[in-house]
Design a protein around this ligand. Structure first.
Ligand code: ADP
Ligand code: MG
Length: 701
């Protein structure tokens, strides 16, 4: 009776608040089976009902679902399999704040999906046959374990015998689609150093299969617990999971950053300050001395270019990828961590990760899936719509190295394994740092060789910086002064925090020190400024900027026109990068146009990188093969000469030719002896030559 009353009340509510949506649903039923019910509507209608929903969701959701399923609808459809989905709870619980008194309650939780199983049917009503009397009866299934009958069901006319095994009639069972996902606290909710906590969520029927790893979602559901087991049996500890009731995917990357009207005024004030761009650059990692060019590139990366759908249906990324290659101890890791803290949706990881998914993604079959395959997101998927900082990327796994090509350019990772066919998004900017193989960087080997990355991958970075730790007295002095200054301020601060006072007039000194350390644009405003810009600013190239890009690019390519043998100067990739950088530069000033100034600025940025990385140190000529093919024109020429010399000597000596002779002849042709030796070493490594005995070399045929 009591229950009927409640159901009646719900029916009244549904008619008053959800009528249009119910009619619409009935038009699409049964393809669509969910009726969203906004929590605040229930609260306005009757706050007691709303309380019941939160406090006793199992019974309450059943009542409202019954009301919906039994409703008379003018379209003549009966929604007998529809679900009520409660959305927009007023309060979201953080995963780490879940406590025992939340068990059995309806809660809203927000997080990042790190894993998702494939969708598989789960039996909700199992039908059994008694092997003695042939009686057929059913048993509802709701828990984590499969329930089997102990005896033949008397109430429905069975024989009541206790037996071990009843026959399961699979084709008469009722099933529902089911998926399990793992939700992780959003990285931006974590305070420094906290490890993210997770919660597993079961999703059933039409809300299963809707989300992928890497999605950020808000899920409403009933918190449940189950007893933990060890090999010695049950323990007094319980684990929790969520029975999902509703699901919303958050699309907007900057939703997390709220911008008030006051903020907006502050953003505009900053924009109108002279030299705002320089201020932004100066505000990146103020405790790190120097590296102005790298910090500038980081600013451009934060703002990003505009992702574009081209008229022919292809998509071009707006994200800017940066690579820092350098000696140990030059603050690479520090720069990475700083940017991650500043960037919305920033994620920091090492190249060598412990999870199966690594940097991209993986399909695994472990206990999480309870028999199903699980798709697990790696770093770049989790950083979707943010920035992924990957330190020591040279240590990444081989699988990642292969998958990264697609992840960086198309911004997806595809997985096809064991029935799982999935494509996950990696729409993030990559900020990578690499240590050279030998520990130290050397100018005479191409970057890709030194950092153990294929040249094709290296060429996908828009900008590459080398950071060499060469002793230089002036620079060293200034760096040392800077480091001592920051550490001194840190010492004063630590004393203030722990002792309560600095002493000896230290407060004044501390304030002064802090003033010199503080970024011109504070992090909070910086983030809001970036978020506002990325939401609102979509700049286009002015005619002048277009022709400047054109001229710059053609100017670089010209080197290749005059002489067919000339090295490949730059490729269209660099032109695309240039345009992206131009867009970012305009965005950094909240400008709708890419002006001459922007064009000039990013041409300078690009030239700086090209000079550092793409110029063949031996010829001084621009040669992107240095990066993209892993060798240079001069090297190729040299290898060719060596080959000719060996062939010539074969006429005289037979297949095994004396090494000294080869080097002598090479020297006669004007090649330095050391260089010739180098090339021969490389050719040996590449399996073209070998030494059958000491002092002789021979072609591998
Ligand atoms: P890497 O990752 O390149 O090996 P780290 O980021 O670990 O180097 O830096 C080593 C330490 O040296 C850090 O504590 C960093 O702050 C300091 N350091 C190096 N170069 C600078 C610099 N230019 N300014 C300030 N600190 C620096
Ligand atoms: Mg490091």
């Amino acid at each position: 009776m009591m229950q009927d009353l409640v159901t009646e009340k719900w029916e009244d509510f549904l008619k008053k608040y959800c009528w249009d949506r119910i009619i619409e649903l009935s038009n699409y039923y049964p393809e669509r089976r969910s009726l969203p019910v906004i929590f605040s509507d229930v609260d306005i209608y009757d706050s007691n009902l709303a309380d019941m929903l939160l406090e006793d969701p199992d019974v309450t959701i059943e009542s409202v679902t019954r009301a919906l399923r039994e409703m008379d609808i003018p379209t003549g459809v009966t929604l007998d399999g529809a679900n009520v989905r409660i959305i927009k709870l007023p309060k979201k619980v953080k995963i780490r704040d879940i406590r025992s008194n939340d068990i059995g309650k309806l809660v809203g939780i927000e997080g990042l999906v790190t894993k998702a199983t494939e969708v598989r049917p789960r039996v909700i009503e199992a039908v059994f046959e008694c092997p003695f009397c042939g009686h057929i009866f059913s048993l509802g299934q709701s828990g984590r374990q499969f329930r089997e009958p102990m005896e033949c069901e008397k109430e429905s006319g069975g024989c009541g015998r206790k037996i071990q095994r009843f026959k399961l009639l699979v084709d008469q069972c009722k099933f529902v689609n089911a998926q399990k996902v793992r939700l992780q606290e959003s990285p931006e909710e974590l305070r420094g150093g906290e490890l993210p906590q997770t919660l597993d969520v079961n999703l059933e029927d039409d809300i299963s299969g809707e989300i992928s790893p890497g999605n950020r979602i808000v899920v409403v559901g009933i918190l449940r617990s189950y007893q933990r087991m060890t090999q010695f049996g049950k323990t007094p500890f319980f684990d929790i999971y969520l029975d999902g009731n509703s699901l919303e995917v958050k699309e907007e990357e900057f939703e997390e950053i709220e911008i008030t009207e006051d903020d907006e005024q502050e953003i505009m004030a900053l924009k109108n300050q002279p030299g705002v761009y320089e201020k932004l650059v100066g505000s990146i990692a103020p405790s790190i001395y120097g590296y102005h060019e790298i910090k500038e590139a980081m600013v451009l990366q934060l703002f990003a270019g505009v992702p574009k759908d081209l008229p022919d249906g292809s998509r071009v990324r707006g994200d800017i990828h940066l690579l820092l290659v350098g000696d140990p101890g030059v603050a690479k890791s520090q720069l990475l961590t700083y940017l991650v803290k500043l960037a919305p949706r920033g994620l920091y990881t090492g190249g060598k990760t412990s999870s199966a998914a690594g940097l991209t993604a993986a399909a695994v079959r472990d206990e999480f899936g309870e028999g199903r395959w699980t798709l697990e997101a790696g770093a770049l998927v989790l950083a979707d719509k943010g920035i992924a900082a990957v330190d020591e990327i040279d240590k990444m796994r081989k699988e990642d190295r292969d998958a990264l090509h697609e992840a960086m350019e198309q911004q997806t990772v595809s997985i096809a394994k064991a029935g799982i066919m999935a494509r996950l998004n990696t729409r993030c900017a990559l900020l990578a740092a690499a240590n050279p193989l030998g520990g130290r960087f050397n100018r005479y080997d191409p970057i890709s060789k030194q950092i153990n990355m294929p040249p094709t991958l290296v060429s996908r970075f828009d900008l590459i910086y080398t950071m060499m730790d060469k002793p230089d007295e002036e620079r060293d002095t200034r760096t040392a002064e800077h480091i001592i200054k920051t550490h001194y301020a840190g010492e004063l601060l630590a004393r203030l925090k722990n002792v309560g006072k600095v002493g000896e007039g230290g407060e004044e000194r501390l304030r002064e020190q802090m003033r010199t350390m503080e970024p011109a644009v504070k992090s909070e405003l910086f983030r809001k400024y970036v978020a506002w810009s990325k939401r609102n600013i979509f700049p286009v190239m002015t005619e002048e900027a277009k022709s400047m890009f054109m001229e710059f690019y053609i100017g670089l390519r010209r080197q290749g026109y005059e002489d067919e043998e000339a090295p490949v100067p730059v490729t269209a990739r660099q032109l695309e990068a240039l345009i992206r950088l131009g867009e970012a530069s305009a965005r950094a000033q909240l400008s709708d146009k890419i002006t001459v100034d922007d064009a000039e600025r990013v041409i300078n940025v690009t030239t700086y990188c090209l000079k550092q990385v793409f110029v063949d140190p031996e010829t001084g000529k621009l040669d992107t093969d240095w990066v993209t093919v892993g060798t240079t024109k001069t090297r190729r020429d040299r290898a060719r000469s060596i080959r000719e010399i060996i062939k010539e000597l074969e006429n005289e000596y037979g297949e095994e030719v004396p090494l000294e002779e080869v080097l002598d002849l090479a020297e006669e042709e004007g090649m330095e002896r050391g260089k010739a030796e180098d090339i021969i070493e490389v050719m040996k490594r590449d399996g073209l030559l070998f030494s059958p005995g000491s002092g002789v070399i021979k072609f591998v045929r």
